[in-house]
Design a protein around this ligand. Structure first.
Ligand code: ADP
Ligand code: ZN
Length: 293
């Protein structure tokens, strides 16, 4: 089987060709400019590659309801030119194959369940901390959907008492994304995260916010694996700080050996698929659609 995979992001589209076993044979990165320009390049890339199905993990918000007249659209994004854009329709016109479509982070969660860090379990959550914060989840083997799709990056968290930053989410100001995504770090401290690597207080505060969110997700979803990816998580020292804080916050309430200082290293983890988590996730969406599951 040959599957096409698209990780559609606000700054770049990563397109690849792979198999039903999660192997990526080749991939290409296309900048996200205007839909005309970007989609033209995406479509050209897949032409003549004889794909059997396609998977698209996309930035959002997106319409995932198959009986909706705007199914497959990117809906209300503030990203210029891309609001109300029929992403699945544009691909479908050129490639009459089954197309799996979901959020970028739901896709990544599915990829991690199929081939990555959550291979041994039937439920997990995948959180990306990058330009924004997004979270996807697989629960009992199924992707988590609802009224629309979960938007767990925009939850409300307790502000640190010493933190005077007002928050930069255009909708909520000091929601999780507004306080802890890459641009919030940059705005609060006046430098990019990568330049602040040595500043302990930056990462203590970051862990303070991310751990609150993760503790909330654990309490609500009870995931069997928590996977943390995205640019900000490239700070290697952050994940151990988050693990310690999550244990502290839950304070022994959840009786499971995964949430103990001995075992949490295997519970809150980096993506097993590394940099390919998103693209493999799109591949997993293609496979799922092809198999009609
Ligand atoms: P996107 O979310 O656009 O797909 P990324 O996941 O790479 O892209 O996230 C980009 C954000 O992550 C930017 O705000 C950037 O400053 C931040 N970032 C990237 N690399 C690092 C790093 N090594 N340390 C801290 N922050 C980083
Ligand atoms: Zn918000």
């Amino acid at each position: 089987m040959i599957f096409g995979a698209i990780e559609a992001g606000g700054t770049k589209f990563v397109c690849g060709i792979g198999s039903e076993h999660g192997e990526i044979f080749k991939k290409v990165t296309i900048p996200t400019t205007t839909p005309d320009e970007t989609m033209g390049k995406v479509i050209n890339y897949f032409k003549g590659k004889h794909i059997d199905a396609m998977g698209i993990g996309s930035f959002g918000p997106i319409d995932l309801h198959k009986n909706s007249s705007t199914y497959g659209y990117i809906t209300s994004t503030p990203k210029p030119h891309w609001g109300h854009f029929n992403l699945v329709g544009e691909i479908q016109k050129e490639f009459p194959v089954p197309i799996g479509f979901d959020t970028d982070v739901n896709a990544a969660a599915l990829g991690e369940i199929e081939w990555g860090a959550a291979k041994s379990v039937d439920s997990c959550m995948y959180m990306t901390v990058g330009t924004g914060i997004g979270v996807g989840a697989v629960v009992n083997g199924e992707l988590l959907h609802g009224l629309t799709h979960p938007e767990m990056g925009h939850i409300f968290i307790r502000r640190h008492e010493g933190d005077l930053f007002e928050g930069n989410c255009p909708y909520h100001k000091d929601c999780l994304e507004g306080m802890a995504a890459g641009p919030a770090i940059e705005k609060r401290w006046g430098k990019k995260g990568i330049e602040l690597a040595e500043e302990a207080k930056v990462w203590e505060l970051e862990a303070y916010y991310l751990a609150q969110a993760i503790a909330n997700y654990i309490l609500i979803l009870s995931p069997k694996k928590v996977i943390l990816g995205g640019g900000v998580m490239k700070q290697q020292h952050l994940i151990p700080m988050i693990r310690d804080r999550v244990i502290e916050l839950l304070n022994g309430y959840l009786h499971h050996e995964s949430i103990t200082s001995d075992q949490i290293e295997g519970y809150i983890v980096s993506p097993g698929l590394g940099e390919n988590a998103g693209l493999c996730g799109a591949l997993a969406l293609a496979k799922k659609e092809y198999l009609g599951k």
